[in-house]
Design a protein around this ligand. Sequence first.
Ligand SMILES: Cc1cc2nc3c(=O)[nH]c(=O)nc-3n(C[C@H](O)[C@H](O)[C@H](O)COP(=O)(O)OP(=O)(O)OC[C@H]3O[C@@H](n4cnc5c(N)ncnc54)[C@H](O)[C@@H]3O)c2cc1C
Length: 518
Amino acid sequence: MGGLATAARLVAKGAKVVVLEKYLLPGGSAAHFKRDGYTFDVGSSMMFGMGHEGTTNLITKCLETVGRKMETVPDPTQVVYHLPKSDRFPKGLHVSVWRKYEEFLDELAQRFPAEREGIKKFYDECWKIFNSLNVLDLKSLEEPRYLLGEFAKQPLACLTLASFLTTNTGDVARKHIKDPELLRFIDIECFIWSTVSADLTPMINAGMVFCDRHFGGINYPVGGVGRIGEELAEGIVEYGGHVVYKANVKEIIVEGPLDGERRAVGVRLADGRVFRGKTVISNATRWDTFENLIGPDKLPESEKLFRKRFKKSPSFFSLHMGVKAEVLRGETDCHHILLEDWGKMEAARGVLFVSIPTVLDPSLAPPGHHIVHAFTPDWIDNWKDLSPAEYVSAKEQLADQICERLEAIFPGLRAATTFRDAGTPRTHRRYLNREDGTYGPIPSRRPLGMLSMPFNTTDIRGLYCVGDSAFPGQGVNAVVFSGFGCAHRVLADLGMEPTWPLLDSAFGKLLSTVRNAS
Ligand SMILES: Cc1cc2nc3c(=O)[nH]c(=O)nc-3n(C[C@H](O)[C@H](O)[C@H](O)COP(=O)(O)OP(=O)(O)OC[C@H]3O[C@@H](n4cnc5c(N)ncnc54)[C@H](O)[C@@H]3O)c2cc1C
């Protein structure tokens, strides 16, 4: 999706663009696939950034860039949490994150009455960030002319964001909240999209996620999430770009000495075809881009640093199910989170994510049926060295365990299941072409807020990275943001966006010095 967003922004500005996609369809982790009359989202179903106001609705804006508009259905809740039992919550802690901010705050405060004030203060801090972001024209943070322009237009917003640049969410949460169980809740609020606790989640990212959901940003695209990528790809072609499927890039062609200036000049596909261009943009993960497409012996210094600061998050085990609709009668919430033991929040197979997109768009399933997509973090190592029979049986076993757990929130689900298809981290690796099937980079130690995350440029001239391995990280709206930044920086480097070259190069050096030292 990051690559499509970049391509959309580039073609709209008149650049000549070729998108090379290994798979048969666009969208990667945000694509869909069809089986037995069902349209299943590969991964994402919770679509932030699909609102109609402000500037953070980047998916909507990206579609508009290439003349596209999608019909959407508003999610009544972002998610419903079903969290562990405790003395205080003998039946478990259940919280709905309502679309209306006040309703959510009130529900959470009812669970933690002594923390009513702290809850409001914490989430209100998030709004400071969101309101600041939501007036800026979001582009490349690596382009000083644009940054100064935004500063001149919105000095307060820029200063507010700068004040949170190095802050992590856990620090802000602890400033306002003392109850350990509520702090765990804030942890899982972060974990469900960053896959790390609040202490490792940059506050700026939290500000975006915790407010867009109440600002009207979460809306489900009719026809399924995969339609977003398809619409973008069609728009790119309409604007004169090319999208080539079954184009498996095996090598990024880099010229120049290892100890001198190196430049990316094109790519070579598995079938031998070579595409040359002024710019190469990789939407593969940083591990795939540098180790697999360039070579592990040719790692630039900044990439070595990245590997020290970030590690691969686990992949997912995904269970796509078709169920008889009557078992979910009255259900209106698309997303649920189930965790039975706080100690397992960050463990493989701990948190269970559930999406039921058919409560928003029934056309995705045959009449009288719903889709239930349940997925849980899992490591590829759990699926190595298995014979084909062992692999199938391990999949069945884990799928059964997940169905058993789901009975707690949807009694009768197992008996009502008419279709079941499971994907393991190996499936994610194979079909998404992501090393170890990883969901993306996570910090290996406390990050310096969002300053630690790499942006789009790399140490190799003409080579840019986009997607969840670049700022601001995982999530569809986030990778579209990285696409906006990438396209802007590329256009500036190609002379198609105005820049101040001297300031540009000085700022680039300063930025990498600060980031390398941070
Ligand atoms: C199970 C799951 C659930 C999720 N749920 C949500 C959610 O509810 N909401 C949300 O916002 N986000 C969610 N996400 C995260 C979100 O989907 C991703 O962060 C985002 O889509 C990643 O986009 P990307 O552009 O970085 O990369 P990818 O989606 O990995 O896309 C990269 C593309 O590049 C192609 N490619 C890679 N290598 C090559 C090569 N060598 N040659 C040619 N093509 C290549 C791939 O085929 C793919 O199409 C979820 C992810 C998963 C896995």
